[in-house]
Design a protein around this ligand. Sequence first.
Ligand code: ADP
Ligand code: MG
Length: 254
Amino acid sequence: MLDGSRGGAGPGVPMVSIRGLRKSYGGHLVLDDVDLEVGAAEVVVIAGPSGSGKSTLCRCINRLEVPDSGEVTIGGQPVPLEGRQLARIRAEVGMVFQQFNLFAHRTVLENVALGPVKVLRQRPAQARQRAQELLDRVGVGAQAAKYPAQLSGGQQQRVAIARSLAMDPKVMLFDEPTSALDPEMINEVLDVMKSLARDGMTMIVVTHEMGFARSAADRVVFMDAGRIVEQAPPEQFFSAPRSQRAQDFLSKIL
Ligand code: ADP
Ligand code: MG
């Protein structure tokens, strides 16, 4: 049902490529020449202190934020500045935020089926069937007819994941998807993300959940002050971080 390796631009071409990305707000440099490549089916966790530019990086990948300079490609294709092409590429980049942002006046099933009907022009019956399958997959199939407010935070976030998956993304971005959840709901969301990772979805995940990074990430990218300071496989990053800044960060959160 999911194939994150689908739609790559061929062998050797990364699913996501970021080169020379810069972004400043009012003279304050927030992303300072960031380069990052993510391969098909790779899971990259982005860690780093608050304010280091993690969210801005995510938002620049699908142009929710316009970078000052630099280039982003998805599946080998440049993300265009505007227009229909931009809408198409955006649909290929699923995004899940701390806040679930579900439509309050639509049922759970409608929340998931709406995008495929409006943007991908799927037939409503087909979109609803797929929506139900995806809701089943993230463990909230029994809630399909309810409204978001009737669900727990963990359930709502899983609906938000299903809604992104319904667009058949080539890559999924998660920006602190469990930060707004009560502790007992964090694992049900992380478990869904782990199962996506196992199924080969290409994922970029900003999180402070280092247990998730250890068990699901292929690579940890550590950011500080708008730059990638170091990156390594999780076992190496956690046991022997090279930079003082990563050591300080880990000593605070572990
Ligand atoms: P992180 O996600 O790592 O906490 P952010 O990318 O949210 O970091 O923010 C990086 C820096 O950019 C912070 O100093 C933040 O205050 C600033 N910033 C983020 N978004 C805006 C904005 N829309 N306007 C002005 N400053 C911003
Ligand atoms: Mg952030």
